[in-house]
Design a protein around this ligand. Structure first.
Ligand code: ASP
Length: 426
């Protein structure tokens, strides 16, 4: 993303304005604003006139003075570090400002994620990726994000091939790995285990999923995705109606996501699950106590007014053999259901993996050519967001923009056949 895009996106976010309203506010046509927001290698891209840039800065100064210094610093490539702490263990570490900052850094990372630029800001640093539970996306994308910033990655997967199989404690493992690595990503089947691991090290630790507890980096990329999808649709996250569907009891992604979305204003949540898989009471009460509307339901008919439908997989590995009563085909989200019940511009999301086997009661593959299905844009967003997490925790977020240079190899313009359909955004 170029400096002009970063400035404009940032201004819209800070002023809480849709593209339509922002274009009107700065006295330009929406069409012109759209061309200013394109990547600079797009044939439609237009440089914003200097007058317009100054006007944007002026409006920010008047209406969001606390943001001016920030946005000015964006323009000058000086970005304040966000106060997310030393480790990333829970979304409760974020407030609205540190969340916006992380999204801003993720925006800065986009040209690297899109393989147009490279950076070596993490040159010499080593990431230890410790996954004691199954993973594809999270492990590979954390590794890829670290490598794309110039670092190197060491991986270990499963208990069988680790010393934990010989009875080693989390604390001993943390003490040892601290001597080998400069950042540590941990996934573990027990809730609270990653925090315990982190308490034994001064090296930044990122929680990549602790049992049924939390999955903060997933929630960050989910909210980043919602913001980007909404920006295209001319909507704001504040006041949005988000439906979470499926295994809300054991699904750690939704535990993190609902808390992070609760940082926005006036949210409506519809939680659709059978009685045996409902969202933990404490989370429902905490979100309602912040003034958001929370409705619990056991039927997909209640998705009718949702702006986002976020489906999840049944976490069979966590239910400890408990029967999953009442979870049948009435929970399948397929094309017929979306056509019958959902809004025309609904955004369909899923943290993945989904059960794509015929007859599975999950997000159906018959929606794969539907542009409202955002799941691969969502997985793509995992890269800039995870790069931003590393950059902030390792204190190089202000150096990234200056460190970028053009790639020397020839990256494909579309990384998958359907990209024209799915990835129309920059
Ligand atoms: N990949 C996500 C997680 O690790 C979602 C899932 O597995 O269902 O929590």
């Amino acid at each position: 993303m170029n400096t002009q895009q970063v400035l404009l996106r940032d201004a819209m976010r800070r002023l809480n304005m849709t593209r339509e309203v922002f274009a009107d506010r700065i006295g330009t046509r929406r069409r012109a604003l759209d061309t200013w927001l394109l990547p600079d290698d797009s044939s439609e891209f237009r440089a914003m006139p200097e007058m317009a840039r100054r006007y944007v800065m002026e409006i920010l100064e008047r209406h969001a003075p606390e943001a001016t210094e920030y946005t000015q610093s964006v323009h000058d490539d000086r970005i304040e570090a966000a106060p997310t702490g030393h480790h990333l263990l829970s979304v409760s570490q974020f407030n609205r400002d540190s969340l916006e900052h992380l999204f801003h850094v993720a925006d800065v990372m986009q040209p690297i994620a899109h393989r147009r630029k490279v950076s070596r800001v993490l040159e010499g640093a080593v990431l230890a990726n410790l996954f004691f539970e199954a993973s594809t996306r999270t492990r590979i994308s954390f590794g890829s994000a670290f490598c794309r910033l110039g670092g190197s990655v060491c991986d270990t997967t499963g208990f069988t091939f680790s010393s934990m199989a010989k009875g080693e404690s989390l604390r001993d493992t943390a003490m040892v790995i601290s001597g080998y690595a400069d950042a540590i990503v941990v996934r573990h089947p027990e809730q609270g285990s990653v925090a315990e691991f982190a308490s034994a090290t001064n090296i930044p630790v990122i929680n990549a999923g602790d049992g049924a507890g939390e999955h903060p980096s997933q929630a960050l990329l989910d909210v980043y995705t919602i913001q980007r999808e909404f920006s295209r649709l001319g909507k704001l996250v504040d006041g949005a109606h988000i439906a979470l569907v499926g295994d809300l009891k054991y699904g750690r992604t939704v535990h993190s996501l609902i808390q992070l979305l609760a940082l926005f204003r006036g949210m409506r949540f519809t939680l659709v699950a059978p009685p045996s898989l409902q969202m933990p009471r404490a989370l429902v009460e905490a979100v309602a106590a912040r003034g958001h509307e929370v409705v619990e339901s056991d039927t997909l008919n209640s998705l009718a007014a949702a702006d986002v439908v976020y489906a999840t997989r049944i976490q069979k590995e966590r239910s400890g053999g408990e029967s999953i009563e009442g979870y049948g085909e009435e929970f399948r989200i397929d094309r017929a259901l979306v056509e019958r019940v959902c809004r025309a511009e609904v955004v369909l999301m899923h943290p993945l993996p989904r059960d794509g086997r015929p007859g599975a009661n999950d997000l159906s593959t018959d929606l794969d050519r539907d542009p409202r299905l955002a799941i691969f844009r969502q997985t793509d967003n995992g890269i800039p967001v995870r790069m931003a997490i590393f950059a902030i925790l390792m204190g190089v977020d202000a150096q990234v923009q200056r460190s970028m240079r053009d790639v020397r190899w020839q990256p494909p313009t579309m990384v998958r056949p359907d990209d024209a359909l799915l990835n129309e955004q920059d």
